[in-house]
Design a protein around this ligand. Structure first.
Ligand SMILES: [Zn+2]
Length: 452
């Protein structure tokens, strides 16, 4: 399976979108069998985990896995013995390596990891070919924007969380390092003040704009209010749920095609939007099982509390029934576009956009900007930013006992106050309360929310 040529992969991706559910299911089963046999043979961890599974196993026979369980055995998990913790630590220690191949052939990502150890993910050429083919066929072709994305001809600006080996930043740097025209690429950090980002974008005038939906929604507001002057032809969102709010703001602000990819470091390109605005699950290459708190299956049409992901193209680092904390719904009904792929709704992955008023002017803060502050601070186990009024922001948090709580609080306050100041929100008061984060009705803790 992992020796398929890119041409064959691309053809299969094109065809499978129109297969019946049964035909896609059987393709999924073939690919699962191939992956499981490979993992059992080439990963010490999976050899042990699968030693008692039946010969004619079904997906449900395979034990559930998680980051917490797998990361301590990282070297036993991966299927190439040249990948060692030491070699990866070396690679990560040099920020110049962002976008460079690891061991001259692999790409490497890490999650930001707000709690505990971050996840390391290594990907090989097969994985890249499958995921590149999914993007090309099911996103760029669908929206007719493949030519626009040719960065040798067009300018592309990205607004991302920089300063780490995160998925979108690594892709961006890889593009820049391989491009014949790197001046066509501009990277802005989500931690730069919004007026600064606006100024840079106005100077650069991109044809394509990419980033997290919540940040792009803030920029859409800047455009509507006349400060941002760019007119991109395509806007590519990723990594977060695209809320109706963000989508509507972007539609109102820009005359552009808006694409959205729901991706995760472990699962890859899980789902893409279509022209009808629905998210379609790439279930020929990624198996997604919505489950409840006890890992029992949740029926179609009902919201899950977590998801078990199986990435059928990840042979180098097998992701099989791997639990991620996202709430999703798989819809019963097909979309009215021509795709046969199931429609999924993704919930609770990001928080609300917050709008504050200072000196009589309103300004929005995207949840990812606040979430990013937490990823830069050690010592937080769980957190929740709550907007209490037009001028009040509160943080509720649980702290790791290994850290000095007061020191952690001082560090966060410093970052939050900087963010508020940079966005001309001097009148907004920030307070760290002694309350613990509060779960919503669905049982999930929203990291950024409004309580007015
Ligand atoms: Zn559709």
């Amino acid at each position: 399976m992992k020796n398929l040529s890119i041409e064959k992969i691309r053809k299969s991706v094109e065809e499978a979108e129109h297969f019946s559910d049964d035909k896609r299911k059987s393709l999924q089963e073939q690919r699962l069998e191939s992956l499981v046999l490979y993992a059992a043979k080439n990963s010490n961890f999976f050899a042990e985990l699968y030693k008692d599974i039946p010969k004619n196993f079904k997906l449900e026979d395979l034990p559930v896995t998680s980051k917490k369980q797998l990361m301590p055995y990282f070297e036993d998990w991966v299927t190439d013995k040249d990948i060692t913790i030491k070699s990866l630590e070396n690679y990560f220690s040099d920020m110049e390596n962002i976008g460079n191949p690891f061991l001259e052939k692999y790409s490497v990502l890490t999650t930001s990891g707000t709690t505990g150890q971050p996840l390391w993910m290594v990907r090989d050429k097969f994985h890249a070919d499958v995921h590149g083919s999914l993007m090309a066929e099911r996103l760029f072709k669908r929206f007719g924007i493949a030519d626009l994305l040719d960065i040798s001809k067009n300018r592309c600006a990205s607004v991302l969380g920089t300063g780490g080996f995160h998925s979108a930043v690594c892709s961006f740097e890889r593009m820049r390092k391989n491009s014949i025209n790197p001046d066509n690429l501009l990277l802005c950090s989500i931690l730069e003040p919004v007026p600064e980002i606006v100024k840079k974008l106005n100077n650069f005038n991109p044809v394509v704009l990419t980033g997290y939906p919540s940040v792009l929604a803030v920029l859409a507001r800047e455009k509507i209010e006349g400060r941002l002057e760019i007119s991109p032809k395509a806007i590519a969102c990723s990594a977060e749920q695209l809320t109706d709010y963000a989508f509507d703001m972007m539609k109102k602000a820009f005359d552009a095609e808006i694409t959205n990819s729901f991706c995760s470091t472990e699962g890859g390109e899980i789902a893409f939007n279509c022209k009808k605005g629905n998210m379609h699950l790439n279930d020929d290459w990624i198996i997604v099982e919505p489950v409840d708190e006890n890992n029992n299956p949740v029926k179609d049409g009902k919201m899950s509390s977590a998801v078990l992901v199986t990435n059928l193209s990840s042979y180098l680092q097998p992701i099989i029934r791997y639990k991620i904390e996202d709430s999703i719904i798989i819809e019963n009904e097909k979309c009215s576009c021509k795709s046969m792929l199931p429609v999924i709704k993704i919930m609770g992955r990001s928080g609300d956009n917050l709008t504050f008023i200072s000196s009589g002017k309103s300004r929005a803060i995207a949840p990812v900007m606040l979430n990013f502050i937490i990823t830069k601070t050690n010592g937080i186990l769980q957190f929740q930013f709550v907007q209490k009024s037009e001028k009040n922001l509160e943080l509720r948090a649980l702290y790791s006992p290994e850290y000095d709580k007061n020191q952690v609080k001082r560090e966060i306050s410093k970052y939050v106050l900087e963010l508020l100041k940079d966005n001309d929100l001097d009148e907004v008061k920030f307070e760290i309360s002694d309350k613990a984060p509060v779960a919503s009705k669905g049982g999930k803790i929203k990291s950024v929310c409004v309580e007015i």
